[in-house]
Structures are given as structure tokens and as C-alpha cells.
Design a protein around this ligand. Structure first.
Ligand code: UD1
Length: 428
């Protein structure tokens, strides 16, 4: 298994291109199952999760043609043409679903178009139990009959789905996406209340509209969908990754450096920008992205709580904790979305951080500096928080079990080393 070795202490300087959002790309790829015409997606990131989704939809009859430059960096990204002509296989098998929970996003589109779907239940996940009960309850409200058999979700709607009013008891990103796709091909009107407002949900809705769907309220917590008989092909560019943006903004801040994040959008990251600014990080919009600098002395601690969008994203909680561990004073970080998302805490403490967890809150007392250590990556965002800590630490940090990073960060070592970081990957 590969490891990442970092010698910290160098302020980063330079330009980092921001890719398309993984969490937008995955549902967009699933949306190709809704039509027999070609859905062309551009600005796709080059990530392990994209390959997993690609394998899964291929199994379900989608022809995937690739175009564009995968390794060229910059904004070239990858272009996929996705055509779902043959929808006879409607089983999403365990060996693919267990690798990536977002695989469950094929359920809504398959059920809506083919009238049946069999999708393996995603297993438990390191950051919590993460059930899919809300997806299933909501699909039942559109007339689906659902059974759980031998670890599989078996869903049927022989006569097609019928519009209805779904009130989500809690905000669910994947649940909202599954329902948006299903409702686009249901008979009549569907209203989704307490829908997720994440930019990736809005990106999916915009693509569905380009495919012929009628959706009102995009970007709000109430989505109204008028079902249509069929959807057609379209071309759509994936929204920039706000989590990659926030992560590299913290890389600039934690090393006392200065980075330009090309293609980043401030309007997608307002909650993160607000916290970083209050901590003393300078952030300015430029003609092609964001400029981040921390050149004016030490950072100040700040409190934050994760929340559904537009609140502070849970996917940035581990990274901000790494930053706050070297800020002046104390910060309280509260996690409200996932129950077990502090696995980076003991690893950061191995590097000299002073963090105490009390239930769903962590008290971070800023220390003068971190020191390099051997640490273990546990999930995607926890892994990258250790990379950030390593970039600021004195001496060498060795991060083991880094396969998580490749699920969500494209060419991480390249992007960081181009800006002066001493970081490399080594085989164990
Ligand atoms: C998505 C993101 C993930 C992010 C999360 C929250 C993708 C591919 N992944 O995950 O990176 O951390 O949103 O912003 O977009 N829940 C239930 N029952 C359900 C569904 C969810 O109890 O049927 C709970 C979950 O356990 C969790 C909360 O609801 O506590 C939010 O989960 P959800 O918004 O559904 O997250 P994902 O779509 O899985």
C-alpha cells in the first residue's frame, strides 16, 4: 500500500487548478441512465470514485466514450459521452456498491426508466452508519414497492412512478438527488420539501433541465418537478469542487503562504470563506478564481458548527481542525451531520495538536507548532487533514493507508509540489 511522505515547513506559493466536483459528477453520471440519448459531461475530475461509477453504469448498460485530456491538468478535465440504450440489466452488484456509497444514486433513475431496480445496500462506513432509509421511504411515496432481500434493495414500479409530496425529515444530499432524478420521469407533479440545497444538487437539477426536465426552485429547499415522458441528451460542465477549493485554501493558510486557486468560485464557499477570514486569512476574488494569503502573522482560533448547505460543510471539518490546531487561542468545532467524524483527532494529536472531544464537539487549543509523525488515514477528508498538518509540521510526516485520498483529490502531490511542498508518494 502506498504512503505519502511530507517534509513540512515550506510556505506554499503558486497556482493550483481546481477540478470539477466529485460529488456533482457522481449523480450526473447516474443521470445518464434516464435517457437513451447521449449525455455529455465535461470538467469531470480524474478520480478513483469516477472510475468506480463508470464501471457501475457500464454494468447497467451505459456505453461510456471518453474524450478530452485526462492528464493535462488545468481545466481540461475529462469529457465523457454516456449513452444508456440497453437498460435490461438493473442490478447494481455488491462488489461495486460496497466501494462507494454514492452507487445508490443509480436506484432512482433505473427505477424511473426501467420500472425496476436491484441495488446492493451500501455497507457501513467509517464515518457513521449512513443508512439509505430516507431514499427508500421517499421513493415509496412515489409509488415504488420496495423490499430488502439478501442485502439488496429490490424496487419495482411496473406501471411507472407517480408524483407525490415528499417531506424529508432531515436534509439528505443523496436522497434529494435520487428523488430529483426519479421524479423527472414520474407521472405528474412531485414536490420535495426540506430538500438539500448543496451546489451539487443544483448542478444536477440544471443538467436535468437541459435534458428536458421541468424543475422549479433550484437552489432552494423546495423543489417542484413536473414529470415528463422522456428525457433527451444534453451537454453539461461539472461545477467546480468547493471542497477541493477549501482544502487548498487551508494549505495556503496553514503554511503561511499564498496560492491562486484557478477556477474556484467564492459563491460556492461562503461559509468556509467567512471562517477563514475571521481567522486572519486574506481571500480575494480574481478574474479566474480566488487568491488566498496568510502573510500577516498568526491565525486566530474560531468556532464553527457543520450544517447542511449553506452552512459550514462537514466535508471541510477535518481540514479546518488541522488549521485551528496551530491558531492562537481555542476553537470549538461541532459536527452535526455524521456521528463518528472525529477519527482524525487522535492522529492530529500524535503530531502535537491539543484536541479534546466531548460528544459531538471538539475543543482545539492552538499550539505553537506541529511535529512530523507516522499517522494513519481513515477516510477521505481525515486523510487530507493529515496532509495539511504535515505541510505545516516540523520534520517528516508519513501518512499510511492513503488510498482514500485518490478517491477525492486529483494529482494531490503534483498540485502541492508545484507550489513548493516537499511531498512524495512511496510504495510500502
Ligand atoms: C453527501 C456527500 C458527502 C457529504 C454529505 C453531507 C456525495 C457523493 N457525498 O453524502 O461527501 O459529507 O453529503 O454533506 O455527495 N441519512 C439517513 N438516512 C438516509 C440518508 C441520510 O439517516 O436515507 C443521514 C446520514 O446518515 C447523515 C445525514 O443524513 O447523518 C446526511 O447524509 P446525506 O446528506 O444523505 O449524505 P450523502 O448523500 O451520503
Amino acid at each position: 500500500m502506498d504512503r505519502i511522505l511530507i517534509r513540512g515547513g515550506t510556505p506554499l506559493r503558486g497556482t493550483i487548478p481546481i477540478g470539477g466536483a466529485k460529488n456533482a459528477a457522481l449523480p450526473l453520471m447516474a443521470a445518464s441512465l434516464l435517457t437513451d440519448e447521449t449525455l455529455t459531461l465535461s470538467n469531470l475530475p480524474h478520480l478513483a470514485d469516477i472510475s468506480t461509477m463508470s464501471k457501475l453504469i457500464r454494468k447497467l448498460g451505459v456505453k461510456v466514450s471518453m474524450d478530452g485530456d485526462a492528464d493535462g491538468g488545468g481545466h481540461v478535465g475529462r469529457v465523457f459521452g454516456l449513452t444508456a440504450k440497453d437498460t435490461s440489466n438493473t442490478t447494481a452488484p455488491y462488489d461495486l456498491v460496497r466501494k462507494m456509497r454514492a452507487s445508490v444514486l443509480v436506484l432512482g433513475p433505473m427505477l424511473a426508466r426501467a420500472g425496476r431496480a436491484r441495488v446492493s445496500l451500501p455497507g457501513g462506513c467509517a464515518i457513521g452508519t449512513r443508512p439509505v432509509d430516507l431514499h427508500l421511504q421517499a421513493l415509496e411515496q412515489l409509488g415504488a414497492e420496495i423490499e430488502l432481500n439478501e442485502g439488496y434493495i429490490e424496487a419495482r414500479a411496473e406501471k411507472g412512478l407517480v408524483g407525490g409530496h415528499v417531506v424529508f425529515p432531515m436534509v439528505t444530499v443523496g436522497g434529494t438527488e435520487n428523488l430529483l432524478m426519479a421524479a423527472s420521469l414520474a407521472k405528474g407533479e412531485t414536490v420535495l420539501s426540506n430538500a438539500a440545497r448543496e451546489p451539487e444538487v443544483a448542478d444536477l437539477a440544471k443538467c436535468l433541465v437541459a435534458m428536458g426536465a421541468t424543475i422549479d426552485g433550484i437552489g432552494s429547499d423546495t423543489l417542484t418537478i413536473q414529470g415528463v415522458e422522456r428525457l433527451h441528451g444534453a451537454t453539461h460542465a461539472v461545477v467546480p469542487d468547493r471542497i477541493e477549493t477549501g482544502t487548498y485554501a487551508i494549505a495556503a493558510a496553514i503554511t503561511g503562504g499564498e496560492l491562486t486557486l484557478q477556477g474556484a468560485r467564492a459563491d460556492l464557499s461562503e461559509a468556509v470563506i467567512k471562517i477563514l477570514t475571521s481567522a486572519g486569512v486574506e481571500i480575494a476574488e480574481t478574474s479566474d478564481g480566488l487568491h488566498i494569503a496568510r502573510t500577516n502573522g498568526p491565525l486566530q482560533g474560531a468556532d464553527m458548527m457543520t450544517d447542511p448547505y449553506p452552512g459550514f460543510p462537514t466535508d471541510m471539518q477535518a481540514q479546518i481542525m488541522a488549521l485551528m490546531s496551530v491558531a492562537r487561542g481555542a476553537s470549538m468545532i461541532t459536527e452535526t451531520i455524521f456521528e463518528n467524524r472525529f477519527m482524525h483527532v487522535p492522529e492530529l494529536c500524535r503530531m502535537g495538536a491539543d484536541i479534546n472531544v466531548h460528544g459531538s464537539s471538539a475543543i482545539v487549543r492552538g499550539v505553537e507548532g506541529l511535529s512530523g509523525a507516522q499517522v494513519m488515514a481513515t477516510d477521505l477528508r481525515a486523510s487530507v487533514s493529515l496532509v495539511l498538518a504535515g505541510l505545516a509540521a516540523e520534520g517528516e510526516t508519513v501518512i499510511n493507508r492513503i488510498y482514500h485520498l485518490d478517491r477525492g483529490y486529483e494529482r494531490l502531490e503534483d498540485k502541492l509540489s508545484t507550489c513548493g511542498a516537499d511531498i512524495r508518494r512511496a510504495a510500502e
